[in-house]
Ligand binder design. Structure first.
Ligand SMILES: CSC[C@H]1O[C@@H](n2cnc3c(O)ncnc32)[C@H](O)[C@@H]1O
Ligand SMILES: [Zn+2]
Length: 442
């Protein structure tokens, strides 16, 4: 587990959980970073023989791969708390879509994305996937903040902020791809919103281009029973079966939500090697339904975790989301052994990276992978004593215990301080939007 490169940083945590191999907890190991990559994982005493520019001793901390938030709508953080306690369709059609058509512009997306990126870094998220209007603005924010992201070009059958129609949105997606195809931390994908907002013709166009460019497709699918019934009435098919017939399903297809799942759906997901992105808190809050995580996992489907937007969650806290996923999986499967703590951590890291097509780059602590990682300080009373640090992380820790975060070897959070972002400024901008939106909404 070593290479001969000079170490820019040697981290000495109390525990190191690489995630791959599965279930391993290394005690008194060290991790070395050279440039943007992990170049050493070795027992502490052996690692200390390597010269390093900087050595960081973390006596009571756990080092893990960066958390991957596999689905969200970053800019919607500015709508956090605007419309609560509503079912999905009322929330979306009577509150969120009207608010978006009124408020969403480049400035909104810039300020909302900044707020979301800061919150995500504070919560140990090193990579996120997003689907929202003005994706070019989000790309700029990702570039400046240092975080990693997959940014999916939104496609929807009606006019949306920033694009008059689908053809314009697709053209913008192609130019975004051109602008960012060599960026070290940004990957572009397509984000057709949902089966009920994308017609066959537009989906076929997206598919052709995604195949040509070899880029992913992320879509809300089977989020509610209502969606499935509407599709049966209109097309005589469940949405997933319709997407399969159109040829959309494949290893680059990310089905977000999947709360309505029968055996034929599982068969389609397995045959096509699709990923499912589970958003338990959004599904609970909007009363959308329950994703059968254990059945999917047992069938061999790659299941990752997403927060969804802060307007339906209402935070971007992947550690909390993972805990909810672990607890909910047990209740849904009626089996306390479903989704154990180690599997839950894998879902929040390596499975997320795999869903986004980044498995070769990030998602686990392995020599040669990019140095996307975080330390969690387990010294708090709430995480004592430590029999198994992964159990403490998933079932007991708060994200306030996330202490340091690195993306591509660059430290972005140090002792809970954001190094490249100004939290006061971000807060003031959020308050400005809240005042502006409240004034006309009341
Ligand atoms: C095409 S940009 C994204 C679009 O999706 C909306 N949205 C946010 N959360 C959800 C959800 O859980 N289901 C369906 N649509 C959602 C968002 O408001 C944008 O309009
Ligand atoms: Zn969503």
């Amino acid at each position: 587990m070593t290479s001969q490169a000079h170490l820019d940083l040697l981290i000495l945590p109390r525990w190191l959980v690489p995630v791959e191999p599965a279930g391993v907890v290394l005690s008194h190991y060290a991790l070395g970073i050279s440039g943007d990559k992990i170049s050493l994982i070795a027992p502490r005493e052996q690692a200390l023989k390597h010269p390093a520019t900087q050595v960081l001793e973390l006596r009571e901390s756990l080092l893990i791969p960066g958390l991957v938030n596999a689905h969200g709508h970053a800019a919607m953080s500015l709508f956090r708390g605007l419309a609560d306690d509503l079912p999905l369709h009322t929330w979306l059609q009577e509150h969120i879509w009207p608010a978006e058509s009124k408020w969403v512009n480049e400035h909104f997306v810039q300020d909302g994305a900044e707020l979301a990126i800061a919150e995500q870094l504070l919560n140990g998220i090193t990579c996120f996937s997003d689907m929202y209007f003005y994706p070019e603005i989000l790309c700029q924010q990702v570039h400046h903040s240092g975080i990693r992201a997959q940014i999916n070009m939104p496609i929807i059958d009606f006019p949306m902020p920033g694009a008059r129609d689908t053809d314009e949105a697709i053209r913008q997606g192609l130019s975004l791809f051109d602008d960012f195809k060599h960026h070290p931390r940004i990957q572009i994908g397509f984000g057709p919103h949902a089966p009920y907002t994308a017609n066959d013709e537009n989906l076929s166009k997206v598919l052709t281009l995604a195949n040509q460019l070899d880029i992913p497709i992320q879509m809300h699918v089977h989020e509610s029973a209502h969606e499935v019934q509407e599709s049966l009435d209109k097309y005589g098919q469940r949405p997933l079966a319709r997407l399969a017939k159109l040829g959309l399903l494949g290893p680059r297809f990310q089905a977000v939500h999947m709360t309505q799942v029968n055996n034929e759906d599982i068969e389609l997901l397995v045959q096509n090697n699709c990923s499912v992105i589970h958003c338990p808190e959004s599904n609970l809050k909007l009363a959308s339904g329950f994703c059968p995580v254990e059945r999917l996992w047992q069938a061999g489907v790659n299941v990752a975790i997403g927060t969804d937007g802060a307007a339906s969650n209402n935070n971007l806290n992947l550690l909390e989301e993972t805990r909810t996923a672990a607890l909910l999986a047990k209740a849904v499967a009626n089996d306390a052994s479903a989704l154990n703590a180690h599997q839950a951590l894998r879902m929040a890291t390596l499975n997320g990276a795999r869903a986004l097509g980044m498995e070769e780059l990030v998602g686990s602590l392995e020599v040669g992978k990019l140095a996307d990682l975080l330390s969690v300080n387990l010294s708090a009373l709430a995480t004592q004593p430590v029999y198994d640090p992964v159990s403490q992380l998933i079932y007991a820790a708060s994200s306030e215990q996330v202490e340091h975060v690195w993306v591509g070897g660059k430290q972005l959070l140090a002792n809970r301080q954001l190094l490249r972002m100004n939290t006061q400024e971000i807060k003031h901008k959020a308050m400005f939007w809240q005042e502006k939106i409240s004034k006309t909404n009341n």
